[in-house]
Design a protein around this ligand. Structure first.
Ligand SMILES: Cc1cc2nc3c(=O)[nH]c(=O)nc-3n(C[C@H](O)[C@H](O)[C@H](O)COP(=O)(O)OP(=O)(O)OC[C@H]3O[C@@H](n4cnc5c(N)ncnc54)[C@H](O)[C@@H]3O)c2cc1C
Length: 551
């Protein structure tokens, strides 16, 4: 059996950061296990390829939630990346950190070291902002952040003007000192290609002799000696293998699969595990609980003026866009679909910070697989869309395995709209989209509201539409939450699993509360901070063993 110092499970947004930082010490042997394969694929690297990988089983776990009562019994489709770079290799690339108060909230929940002041240096260390360094931006870090303000569709200005008519502010930097208002989302691209933690952190160090990366290697359970994690069992090429870890096993399998792996290994709610025939190693009732996600609604419009649809739909436009991209790595193929948006306070007097996130997309398309029509192929007429979601929903769901079989996806129960707050915010989101569309100059550009359409004439109808059509915006977090109490959290503030030695979780699952915006930048920050903690612990252990030898 192979032995390593640290085994990292999952080469996603977090896992690639860990692999880079931990293997910087040539004496530290690191094994990185990834269930999926390479990210060297055309549609992964080309930014607009997001539309192609959205339902591609070669790179995507393609999960489904349980039927959701609040969504009329619908099951929601949850794409998750299954390749090097993880979900960061198939995501929409928006670079958003969240609001400072989000992280102050993490610290206030009993997690010392996680306030905004504490986490900002890790955001900066990860960032390579094309505009250079400043008090709130990093330059020279691994992850390229590109400002696309000069490249976006001109229709974004009409969105800004409509927002201004509603009294919503304008910001030039959604991650800056003035994060409130509407603006252009910066994105993770470098030279017109997608930047993920696989390209930014892993690829430059893959040659290190002390770093081994196994792809198509799915961890099936942890190896435990009593209450200590000693390694990982994994399935590769149909063969079950084992690897030993001298220092630590680090779970970076994401908010769905990290809790799944803990439960498969006997770490979870004892009653639930026993019912499945899994002998509990540790009664850890919070494993898989606390799931949060952003649930968004999109309103779609037929436009009177040309939109991005016209630049992407007809074959001659596709050809032009393709040539522009191939020759100069620019144009619509070099960007994501959601170009503008922001964080606003609206319809909630007394709100002390933005509570709604907006997206303006100068195109219209379907995200449902439709017969004869490729998913996310833009409409054959001018159109655009507006989306909104509550920044900080309060409903909590769960992830639970249903069989003691690692090949079976766990049951995902988001429990959307379970609180009165979330229902109120949902209605506000729908009303805000209507208000934006009714404000000039957007109003004058709209030929017809396609969705929800004129029949949604009052609040009850808007809410019914929300329940009928709202969907995930792909931000599940919180299923192995950080906190001081093992009864209601899974890891402590140093990301160590309560009650198990040598085991950490470092990915979106440890968020104690969902940040107000998109989740990848916070994941990378958590991974940078988690890597620092592991290195500190290793240095401390080395110092302790030296002093033991000397005495
Ligand atoms: C379609 C989509 C669009 C998104 N858009 C944005 C956006 O624009 N901006 C933004 O900030 N965020 C966005 N997100 C969210 C963001 O990408 C995620 O929050 C982030 O990537 C999660 O990082 P993670 O490391 O926790 O998990 P992941 O990046 O999902 O990594 C988990 C990795 O573990 C692997 N794995 C799982 N189980 C096992 C196992 N048993 N053994 C071995 N390997 C395993 C997976 O294959 C995967 O590679 C989007 C997500 C999606 C899916």
């Amino acid at each position: 059996m192979d032995a390593w110092d640290t085994i990292i499970v999952g080469a996603g947004s977090a896992g690639c950061v860990l692999a880079h930082r931990l293997s910087a010490d040539p004496s530290h042997r690191v094994l990185l296990l990834e269930a999926g394969g390479t990210d060297r694929r055309f549609w992964v690297r080309v930014p607009i390829g997001y539309a192609r990988t959205f339902r591609d089983p070669a790179v995507n776990w393609m999960l489904q939630t349980e039927p959701e009562p609040a969504l009329g019994g619908r099951s929601s489709y949850w794409p998750r990346g299954r390749l090097l770079g993880g979900s960061g290799s198939i995501n929409a690339m928006a670079y958003v950190r969240g609001q400072p108060a989000d992280f102050d909230g993490w610290a206030q929940q009993g997690n010392p070291g996680w306030s905004w002041h504490d986490v900002l240096p890790f955001f900066l260390a990860a960032e390579d902002n094309a505009a250079g360094a400043s008090a709130l931006h990093g330059a020279g870090g691994p992850m390229r952040v590109t400002d696309i303000a000069d490249l976006v569709h001109p229709l974004c200005d009409s969105f800004f003007a409509a927002a201004s008519a509603l009294g919503l502010g304008r910001t030039n930097d959604l991650n800056g000192a003035q994060g409130e208002g509407v603006g252009i989302y910066p994105i993770h691209t470098r030279g017109g290609l997608r930047e993920s933690t696989a390209t930014a952190y892993l690829r430059p160090v893959r040659h290190r002799p002390n770093l081994t990366v196994h792809t198509h290697a799915q961890a099936t359970r942890l190896l435990l000696q009593g209450r200590r994690a000693t390694g990982v069992a994994y399935l590769q090429d149909g063969t079950l293998r084992e690897a030993q870890a001298r220092c630590a096993v680090v779970l970076c399998a994401g908010a769905i699969h990290s809790p799944q792996l803990l439960q498969l290994s006997g770490i979870g709610d004892a009653g639930h595990l026993q019912a499945l025939g899994i002998p509990p190693v540790l009664h850890a009732p919070a494993v898989g609980e606390g799931l949060q996600d952003h649930l968004h609604i999109t309103h779609v419009y037929r436009a009177r003026v040309p939109t991005l649809n016209d630049a992407l739909h007809p074959w001659h436009a596709k050809l032009r866009a393709g040539l522009r991209y191939l020759l100069r790595r620019t144009g619509p193929l070099s960007m994501s679909v959601n170009q503008a948006g922001g964080f606003v306070r609206w319809g909630a007097p007394g709100a002390d910070r933005p509570h709604i996130q907006l997206y303006f997309n100068p195109a219209s398309y379907t995200t449902q697989p439709a017969e004869g029509r490729r998913m996310m192929n833009t409409d054959p007429f001018p159109g655009f869309s507006l989306s909104a979601h509550a920044c900080r929903p309060t409903s909590r769901g769960r992830i639970r395995i249903t069989r003691p079989d690692p090949r079976v996806a766990p049951a995902i129960t988001p429990n959307y709209l379970a609180t009165a707050y979330d229902q109120t915010q949902a209605l506000l989101c729908a009303r805000l989209l209507r208000a934006l569309a009714a404000a000039e100059p957007l109003r004058g550009l709209i030929a017809e509201e396609l969705l929800p359409g004129g029949q949604a004439a009052d609040d009850a109808a808007l809410m019914a539409d929300f329940r009928a059509r709202a969907d995930t915006i792909f931000h599940p977090v919180g299923t192995c939450a950080m906190g001081p109490d093992p009864q209601c959290s899974v890891v402590d503030a140093r990301l160590r699993v309560h009650g198990v030695d040598g085991l950490r979780v470092i990915d979106a699952s440890v968020f104690p509360a969902i940040p107000s915006g998109n989740t990848q930048a916070p994941v990378v920050m958590v991974a940078e901070k988690g890597a620092r903690m592991l290195l500190e612990d290793a240095a401390q252990a080395a110092a302790a063993s030296t002093s033991t030898r000397q005495s």
